[in-house]
Design a protein around this ligand. Structure first.
Ligand code: NAD
Length: 496
């Protein structure tokens, strides 16, 4: 059976001492295996990145950007191959895979602007014949650890900016869908990136812990679930690294009584059930203000959720694919059952969905709950499946308090026609990414992506201006070249 290896110093390396099965979630069959890196293999990748750093750091930013320009073109030329790998191992429908890739390419486009983005700040004559400037220097070897749900896009939130800033990179992608990142890594070589600047190690906790402990790694970007994000942040910072760790989510949409209900329903269908709910920006809670809004929303959602076309992601007529693993499928079913047991009203039950011809696939149909309350497990936990919970409240303030009290603060959205309500909401809600009649307010590449509360550990988000700050270190130089004849005497006071 094919074993997906690592990419170290420009070569595919396969250590097969430990391997793990990789599934096609639509069929439930093992399609290949992935090598789980040993400590020594990870150290080899870090050493390659360390060795490549001095030359890459000194490569002019414009030349680094040229590699990114070629890389962007290669990503577009190879889109079909990459999307096929995404669908085969993640399960998402091809359209969605293509959307993911495009959002990743947009970060590469942003990274092409590195020469401009890295321009420093200059002040002439901060004192007599004294000039001062701040410049942004790369950190050295940086690492990225990424989740299964965006195997192409999330790594591309990280390495294009890190590399364009002059760092070298070690990526540890999710072991559940490793083929797309490997394909992408090889395209970087084809784009002219020197060997060792970008490396991939596949693996599990052994690989992650090696990265966290190695003193050569200067910074770690992580995206994944909150408990692991918290662990990465605590361990990485304890070991002296700069860390950004993006975690889980429970994104609420508020539906105001004046909302355009058809628009809200359409938006919620995509935002709750797209990618089978396996998105950190998925809307999983619809908070309706007033029973009339709730009754109308549920009545309009029900037939649409029942009519969702669920099946293999390779069939372009399908709207929703399978979940990533059998364990994820079982977890979602169990959580839905708990919701029923705790008194929520299950309006659409997708637990026992069987897809003809794909009986062993990891499918769950769309599920819709009404009358969910905040004490229920389905409200509190990130389900990461195709489950939308409707919560009924009386006022917008009550809806906002629910959101503010939740441990996560990634994304949220308000559906309304009222500008004053929208302005109040955007100003006050305790969430990092906010939409008004936009259900998935995922920032574009030239803005930064990041949640609040337990959805982000660290100060800086992904891509956009935050990425320049995260992947560089400021140095401020104060310089004087006194002309002959102008000599100050000794000065013991603090310079002012
Ligand atoms: P995960 O936390 O299980 O895995 C993420 C990464 O951590 C993987 O590379 C994995 O190998 C590694 N890992 C897992 N367990 C580990 C351990 N015990 N020690 C060290 N490393 C470990 O997450 P996942 O299931 O792959 O992805 C889904 C989660 O990611 C969801 O919670 C989702 O909300 C979150 N996510 C967040 C964002 C965001 O931007 N906030 C984006 C995408 C996904």
């Amino acid at each position: 059976m094919q074993v997906v290896g690592h990419f170290i110093n420009g070569e595919i390396v396969t250590d097969t001492q430990r391997v793990q099965d990789v599934y096609n979630p639509a069929t439930g069959a093992v399609s290949r295996q992935v090598a789980l890196a040993s400590k020594a293999t990870v150290e080899e990748a870090i050493a390659a990145a360390q060795a490549a750093f001095p030359a890459w750091r000194n490569t002019p930013p414009q030349k680094r950007a040229k590699v990114m320009f070629r890389f962007k073109q290669l990503l577009e030329d190879n889109a079909d191959k990459i999307c096929a790998a995404l669908t085969n191992e993640h399960g998402k429908v091809l359209d969605d895979a293509n959307g993911e890739l495009i959002r990743g390419i947009e970060v590469v486009e942003y990274a092409c602007g590195a020469p401009t983005l890295l321009k420093g700040e200059h002040s002439k004559n901060v004192g007599p014949a004294i000039d001062s400037w701040s410049e942004f220097q790369p950190l050295g070897v940086v690492a990225g650890i990424t989740p299964f749900n965006f195997p192409a896009m999330v790594p591309m939130w990280m390495f294009p900016m890190a590399i364009a800033c002059g760092n070298t990179f070690v990526l540890k992608p999710s072991e559940r869908d490793p083929s797309a990142p490997l394909l992408i890594g090889q395209l970087l070589k084809e784009a002219g990136l020197p060997d060792g600047v970008f490396n991939i190690v596949n693996g599990d906790k052994v690989a992650v812990d090696t990265i966290l402990e190695d003193t050569r790694v200067q910074a770690v970007s992580f995206v994944g679930s909150t408990p692991i994000a918290e662990y990465i942040y605590a361990t990485g910072t304890k070991n002296g690294k700069r860390v950004q760790a993006l975690g889980g989510a429970k994104n609420h949409a508020i539906i105001m009584p004046d909302a355009d209900m058809d628009n809200a329903v359409n938006a919620l269908m995509g935002a709750a059930y797209g990618s089978c709910g396996e998105r950190c920006m998925a809307i999983s809670v619809a908070v309706c203000v007033g029973d009339a809004a709730a009754d109308e929303l549920v009545a309009k959602l029900k037939p649409q959720v029942e009519a969702l076309k669920v099946g293999s992601g390779t069939d372009v007529s399908n709207e929703m694919g399978p979940l990533i693993t059998a364990a994820a499928q079982q977890r979602v079913r169990t959580l839905v059952t708990q919701g029923v047991e705790q008194g929520a009203q299950l309006v659409v039950d997708g637990r026992e969905l069987v897809v003809k011809g794909h009986e062993d696939g990891f499918f769950v149909g769309g599920c819709l709950f009404d009358k969910v309350t905040k004490d229920m497990v389905v409200y509190q936990e990130e389900i990461f499946g195709p489950v939308l919970c409707v919560v009924r409240v009386d006022t917008m303030q009550e809806a906002m308090k629910l959101i503010d009290d939740h441990e996560f603060g990634n994304g949220t959205c308000l559906f309304t026609r009222d500008g004053e309500a929208a302005r109040y909401f955007t100003d006050n809600i305790k969430v990092g990414m906010v939409g008004i009649n936009v259900p998935l307010p995922v920032p574009v590449a030239y803005h930064s992506f990041g949640g609040w509360k337990r959805s982000l550990f660290g100060d800086l988000g992904a891509h956009g201006p935050d990425a320049i700050r995260f992947y560089t270190r400021r140095k401020t130089v104060t310089q004087r070249w006194p002309s002959s004849g102008v000599r100050d005497g000794k000065q013991f006071a603090f310079p002012s």
